[in-house]
Write a protein that binds this ligand. Structure first.
Ligand SMILES: [Zn+2]
Length: 137
């Protein structure tokens, strides 16, 4: 692949990945799947690093999954100091999709258990920003 082509592919990829935000606004959490080797990606990617194909399709993540692992964050990065302590977690969802996100504040520390049911839900943050988090599923 010529390197001059790389920029163009990269540009197109970013444009396509911005669809992720549009889906999030509609309450959908979407991943991509390579149409050639069926590998799935979250966060979505528009090029498959496994088979170098760029024929990717969107699919909606099934909202219910399980907690794989979590960590307590006591010292939050700049801008998030007031929200510490909080929990970052990895959840596993259908199709083997793993998502790294924050656990909802509604989940109490004593209730957090590996293997517990989770759902991944779009959330609105202050300043009209969008994100997603894990809630009890
Ligand atoms: Zn692939």
């Amino acid at each position: 692949m010529g390197f001059e082509k790389f920029g163009e592919i990269s540009f197109i990829s970013e444009t396509k990945v911005s669809d992720f935000i549009n889906y999030l606004e509609q309450g959908k959490i979407m991943a991509t799947r390579c149409q050639q080797c069926q590998a799935s990606y979250f966060p979505p990617r528009m090029d498959c690093p496994r088979c170098l194909n760029n024929n990717m399709g969107w699919f909606e993540i099934k909202k219910h999954g399980k907690l794989v692992n979590h960590v307590q964050v006591n010292y939050a990065p700049a801008g998030f100091e007031s929200s510490a302590p909080y929990y970052l977690a990895i959840g596993e969802f259908a199709d083997g999709v793993k998502i790294f996100s924050r656990l909802s504040r509604d989940i109490k520390k004593e209730d957090i258990q590996t293997g517990m049911n989770l759902k991944v839900v779009p959330v609105k943050l202050p300043g009209n920003r969008l994100s997603y988090e894990f809630q009890k599923g």
